[in-house]
Design a protein around this ligand. Sequence first.
Ligand SMILES: NC(=O)c1ccc[n+]([C@@H]2O[C@H](COP(=O)([O-])OP(=O)(O)OC[C@H]3O[C@@H](n4cnc5c(N)ncnc54)[C@H](OP(=O)(O)O)[C@@H]3O)[C@@H](O)[C@H]2O)c1
Length: 228
Amino acid sequence: MLLKIINLKTTIMRNKNIGIIGSGTVGQTLGNGFIKNGYKVMIGTRDDAKLADWKKQAGENASIGSFKDAAAFGSILILAVKGQYANLALREAGTQNINGKTIIDTTNPIEDAPPTNGVIKFFTDLNESLLEKLQKEFPLANFVKSFNSVGNAFMVNPEFAGGKPTMFICGNNEDSKKVVNDILNLFGWDVADMGKAEAARAIEPLCMLWCIPGMTKNEWHHAFKLLK
Ligand SMILES: NC(=O)c1ccc[n+]([C@@H]2O[C@H](COP(=O)([O-])OP(=O)(O)OC[C@H]3O[C@@H](n4cnc5c(N)ncnc54)[C@H](OP(=O)(O)O)[C@@H]3O)[C@@H](O)[C@H]2O)c1
């Protein structure tokens, strides 16, 4: 078992610098998860100052740059910005720095509007997800939806009495999905690959579902599991 974990780590860590486009709790949490597993991480932001504490606590394998710096640094990228600005942040990152790379897309298309009875509002509809919009604008980048259907507190090594939770993923590039599958396994997740980019139409609204018990009953300690 130990050997299997070591093999898994070495397979996915060959020269794998992680560039994170987004400095909020998701960017920082995933950054810490990667650093804990021996990766080097650069978080991209428009405001370095807000990451000073993170850098101090995360240590020598952590660095800070612009969205463009982080995208250039990473051989695997994480997109973790406010959904509305995902396209702008990627434009700032520059197509030359994202083309051909795996982009783990954690974003949700949440509208700036109050929830109704605990149901948050999206600016997308059920026939086109945010991931598809991004894939269309940046056709040479390999987006994989992941981590969007759980709160940041559970993204790395989630522990639930009900066992290992399932992360639903999708994307058009099979190699990129393999990379993300291995990372999710390393972070303690079972993975359910739902197929191509269109499947994000179903995966993104899982965020709405995940938030309802939190918004209505202040219950935030849960994750999804696919039973077969
Ligand atoms: N929080 C969670 O538990 C959770 C769970 C699952 C998925 N998600 C999704 O993950 C993503 C990140 O969430 P978060 O809570 O970490 O942070 P967030 O507050 O949603 O986003 C923060 C990031 O958005 C960037 N941003 C804000 N306005 C911008 C603009 N006008 N132009 C360019 N970039 C802008 C910020 O840039 P600067 O760095 O320059 O300030 C920062 O990097 C979101 O899409 C969210 O829906 C969140």
